[in-house]
Write a protein that binds this ligand. Sequence first.
Ligand SMILES: [Zn+2]
Length: 307
Amino acid sequence: MFLKHRKESKELLLFRHLFFRNALSSKDKYYYRNLESGYAGELIFDEWLKPITSKLIFLSDLTFEINNSHFQIDSLLISPERIYLIDVKNHEGDYYIGGNKWYTSAKKEIKNPLIQLQRTASLLRQLFQYHKINYYFEASLVFVNLEFYLYEAPMNSPIIFPTQRNRFINKLDTEAGGLRLKHRDFKLAEKLLSLHLTDSPYSRIPVFEYEQIEKGVICQSCKSILTEQVTTKIMTCSNCGFAEGIEQAVLRSTEEYALLFPDKKITTAAIYDWCRIVASKRVLQETLAKNYKLIGHGKSSYYIKSL
Ligand SMILES: [Zn+2]
């Protein structure tokens, strides 16, 4: 069962919003594409696991700290017998190994994912020792993209290639076999979730200013920015024809605003300028009042998310 579902990290959402609002530098765009690709790979891996979800406990996107070092884990699978530490990679194209280094087919060196995996495994071992967690774990590097190929891959490395998917899942299935997850396994999952840090120190935040970001509402379907004012309850994308309720569109955009500008206050005037599409300030105010909590009175009042 999935005890901690995967969802987009705050970092990915930030970069995604800025990307569609044309506010990323070319370097940040490259970084953003890698984030999206990594996330897409993790979703593919979750699909792989679907046939065996009832037999294991899955934890996704964990961040821990031990001895002043932080580390992230894409997937941790708890089976009755052991734990699997999984690092998911969505690399595409041809790669080769030369000595201890990994290269693309264009001879560009990339970070050696096996070294990253070793580091994570070593830190997880330290975390287990510190918290007296007495479980054996196995670390694997899983490549999910069918367009990936690695030349000179060593035979006995902990790598799972996309073509080995079925054997890998069958292995997990067989090992879990008739064994049932025990109370102890759930206790362990709970313990690990309690140690998970919600704010990842890995997050990178690009530099941006309110003024340089394109305002308007982003179409949920084609991602173009809509700025034309509407007086009806439905907003229709002039590019693809996708229709969305104004209220939902405003709330979606307000959440984006709050994520991008945590220090700015949510006010009717601010959201009016941010969304652009709502012709009437009164309609906007009603939408905010209905879904957010109003703090203060008069000109200095603002909204916060009601819990
Ligand atoms: Zn559209």
